[in-house]
Design a protein around this ligand. Sequence first.
Ligand SMILES: [Zn+2]
Length: 459
Amino acid sequence: MPFSQPAVIRSRRALLPAGERPADVLIRDGRIEQVAAHGSLVVGDSELVDLGDTALLPGLVDTHVHVNEPGRTEWEGFATATRAAAAGGVTTIIDMPLNSIPPTTTLDGLAVKRKTAEGQAWVDLGFWGGAVPGNVADLEPLHRAGVFGFKSFLAPSGVDEFPHVEADDLEAALAEQARIGALAIIHAEDPAVLAAAPQQPGVRYRDFLASRPSGAETAAVAHLLDSARRTGARVHILHVSSAAVLPLLRRAREDGVRVTAETCPHYLTLAAEQVPDGDTAFKCCPPIRDEANRDALWEALADGEFIAVVSDHSPSTPDLKLLPEYGGSGDFAAAWGGIASLQLGLPAIWTEARRRGHTLADVVRWMSAGPAELVGLTGIKGAIAVGCDADLVAFDPDGEFAVQADELHHRNPVTPYAGRTLTGAVRTTWLRGRAVDTGTEPFGRQLARPANSRTEKAF
Ligand SMILES: [Zn+2]
């Protein structure tokens, strides 16, 4: 439902920063101009969209998406990823610096990404940089050019052109990021612990799980926190899969280390006990662990220990996943590690959150306001508040649907949620006040990190 502005969107269930309220939201020039009592705004000649009991959410901010273009566009791509995002209620994505070729580790690499994304983005889009061995001198120029921070791997990343950092490289990268005020985002698994773990290739999920033990996460996080403490860098732990990491983060914060963490829908909604042997759609690193661990992650989430729940959408082609239904071996050790879920994160989390007694306000904090805060976009994205971009989602909290992988906008029809029934349906997504209609031209913008962002008030 595209409308010319100004417009009023009315809902009895608007998710405002203060919680769920009946409200009228006035939109002008792509921004939220006023939030008022339900039914109170005289709309005059502007359009009114009355959602009734359908909830109105701020668009989700997904700070962990691997678009893979250029270079591995057959895995995903800007058009397909951002279309999937819009269909899933995500209005801002931040693209990871690797799996594309070139990776975003130099100014030239960033320029290639920006040029490639032009005219292809259905939602707003920003970029992470990468900190790899030997590119310390590239970090400040990339930071000035507006990347939202720098990703490093402490263990092999899975692609040759994005090597992991050893202790010295990490220390140098963190020292430089502390100096320039950048956010370091870290894939934390320890290569020595991984190398010492039992390696048993094959279709059995428990063998794969044993090859990526929880101890690899805790060892890497402990090492990272030491380095963060020494350098003063602000660090963010990506995709925490093991709840054993959480006490380390708590202690470090008490010590004054500036650390945040995220987890992902697959760690919160799936469990090792349910992974069928050979079903490599479930493979990711670090891996989906057992039910007890999942419960502990939910407790931590409820306690505010995660700033964000983000997808880590990292698809590949079905043949690289070695999926048996595509003639593959189903070997977990050899399959590409990455889960495709960009379009499904909101309903997946809402389905499980509701079962556990959480509210839509919680989901909005985890998936919209929290990630916006992480990347310094508070006041611009992630809230239904005056002055924010009118990125909005009409969401039916009771709508049920069965996931059909080939009906998703993802480029490849592979997702561990295939066949599941999820609750929560996105009805309309508005980006800066315009309904996203994938039958027309895309109008997503490229974002740069706001120059004066202060993003650490809560941590
Ligand atoms: Zn990732």
